[in-house]
Design a binder for this molecule. Structure first.
Ligand code: G3H
Length: 526
């Protein structure tokens, strides 16, 4: 601890005991789960550092949270789903102001709990705040659009978007704040009520925000519980009272959770799942910029991003040049502690270094070479990224989403090879294509847009900017998330229709003038 700058030190253990159900923050007096950081255990003799602990809540309490969310929604009759849009927006504005006061605390915990470097931890917080502000602006726009009557074939209609019901929200450990809130915030603002369980790592950092949720929203709108995924999510899903499963994680978890729900057609899904995004390097690619993009694409946050480039295809003609420059660039990367702002940082999952080493060993046994000098160097909390070439389809690193620092490379002579592999893959999130010749790129892009949902030209894959659609085909996603699309994904179109006659016209006019309905109105919040 001695060499750590004072502002980033954790001076005492954080024993977090509180949870939020039905607008009340209560103290848990049952078992606690220890939260460890792997940051300091680079040497073999050092064990993960105990940061603190969080409640290990039971299924009984999960059901209390569900009951609170269910009553707050009250079949769409609750205070929150029937509240005026501008009042819901005001609650969200209050929340974001309160959240901003917790920036330093959350950023520090992002570094300690998941090892994200300082700049990226700050970016995660700031991007989330921006996402909330953009969501407010977008919701106002959607509300304005819904504030006009349509009239077709003698039927007048006022069409708006309404909430779906109770949302179970489960986020991932690699973006425990941003990706979770990119589900939670649109779900809340559209009038749904929610139960939120933090991810397996990045749990303590939610604790400083409990008060902000409690003070900003009516009771039962946001319920925050802590514990094991299985213990908490199983009874909630089995109850059949969940209307939306919002999850960023693995497709196998998404399937198990859906299977527990007794009324599947009631259950809407908003899922961001795994991916195996390829980077495809054509023979006329600009080598310098391609190497740079492939470094950040494969290794930002140690490759622990669903959007990371998880396999590279390099044209035979430039294979030698690309590989020689790429391996130098990889070996120049520094591993450091998060506040040192290195690209590579310790891995938060204690079992990950062994998993990555096993992938390397498996590939080497099946004929791949470790192309870079430092590739595979292991310490207790990290494995130095190995550039593996030539990789084939029998290797685990080809088949699995490694979600960590290892880079498989395949060479090709005909573009139909990577395209065929993409079409046979279970995943379909994004691709990066590097090249210049329009005659080649044109048809390749035309094929790729129907295999994935974002083709990145001469740049690494990424989710942002958040106003763009984030989605995937096959096992990579269900529904679309962007500032705008998320508001759609967490709502449904619902409308009031009336025959265009004097009786109905007078009723509607009087309703608008008297402001007796929160739904039938033509004003909007500026
Ligand atoms: O883990 C997947 C994230 O959505 C990736 O987001 O591309 O902004 O890092 P990013």
């Amino acid at each position: 601890m001695n060499n750590i700058p004072n502002e980033f030190k954790i001076n005492k253990q954080i024993n977090h005991k509180e949870y939020l159900i039905d607008g009340i923050i209560s103290k848990w007096d049952g078992n606690q789960t220890n939260v460890y950081s792997t940051l300091l255990c680079d040497k073999d003799d050092k064990e993960p550092y105990l940061l603190g602990n969080t409640p290990e809540m039971s299924g009984e309490y999960a059901l209390k949270a569900l009951e609170a969310a269910h009553s707050a929604f009250n079949f769409g009759q609750g205070v929150w789903p029937t509240m005026k849009v501008y009042e819901r927006i005001q609650c969200m504005e209050t929340f974001v102001e309160k959240m901003l006061t917790k920036r330093e605390e959350v950023v520090k915990l992002l570094m300690w709990e998941i090892g994200k470097n300082l700049n990226d931890s700050r970016k995660e917080f700031d991007r989330t705040v921006e996402y909330i502000k953009d969501t407010i602006v977008e919701y106002k726009r959607i509300d304005r659009k819904g504030a006009t009557f349509q009239n077709k074939s003698g039927v007048r209609a006022l069409i708006r978007r309404g909430p779906l019901g109770v949302v179970l929200c489960l986020g991932p450990y690699n973006y425990p704040l941003n990706e979770t809130f990119a589900l939670l915030i649109p779900a809340i603002i559209m009038g749904n009520t929610t139960i939120f369980k933090p991810a397996k790592h990045g749990v303590l950092l939610i604790a400083p925000l409990l008060d902000a949720f409690k003070e900003s929203f009516p009771p039962g709108v946001v319920n925050i519980v802590f514990g094991r995924g299985r213990e908490i999510a199983t009874p909630i899903m089995k109850s059949g009272k969940i209307d939306v499963l919002a999850l960023i994680g693995h497709s196998s978890s998404a399937i198990s959770l859906q299977d527990l729900h007794p009324q599947k057609n009631r259950l809407r899904l908003v899922l961001g799942l795994e991916a195996k995004n390829p980077g495809i390097i054509l023979k006329d690619a600009d080598i310098e910029s391609t190497v740079k993009e492939c470094i950040s694409g494969t290794l930002s946050f140690n490759g622990q991003r669903c959007t990371a480039l998880k396999i590279l295809y390099v044209h035979e003609d430039i294979k030698e040049e690309f590989l020689s420059k790429f391996v130098i660039a990889v070996d120049e990367l520094k591993l450091g502690l998060p506040w040192e702002n290195t690209l590579l940082t310790p891995l938060p999952e204690p079992a990950k270094p062994k998993y990555i080493s096993d992938l390397i060993e498996n590939a080497v046994n099946l004929g791949a070479k470790i192309m870079n000098k430092k590739g595979g160097e292991k310490q207790k909390n990290f494995v130095f990224p190995a550039v593996l070439y030539p990789v084939n389809k029998d290797m685990d690193v080809y088949k699995e989403e490694q979600f960590g620092p290892v880079i498989p490379i395949i060479s090709f002579t005909d573009i139909s090879t990577p395209i065929k592999d993409m079409s046979e893959s279970n995943y379909g999130q994004q691709v990066s294509i590097f090249g210049k010749d329009v005659d080649t790129l044109g048809p390749v892009i035309d094929s790729m847009v129907n295999l994935v949902c974002r083709v990145n030209l001469n740049s690494a894959c990424q989710r942002g900017p958040d106003i763009y659609p984030f989605t995937g085909r096959k096992d990579s996603a269900v529904a679309t998330l962007s500032v705008h699309d998320a508001l759609r994904s967490f709502s449904i179109r619902t409308f009031v229709a009336s025959k265009d006659n004097d009786l109905n016209k007078n009723i509607l006019r009087e309703m608008i003038d008297s402001k007796k309905s929160h739904f039938i109105r033509t004003d909007y919040y500026l």
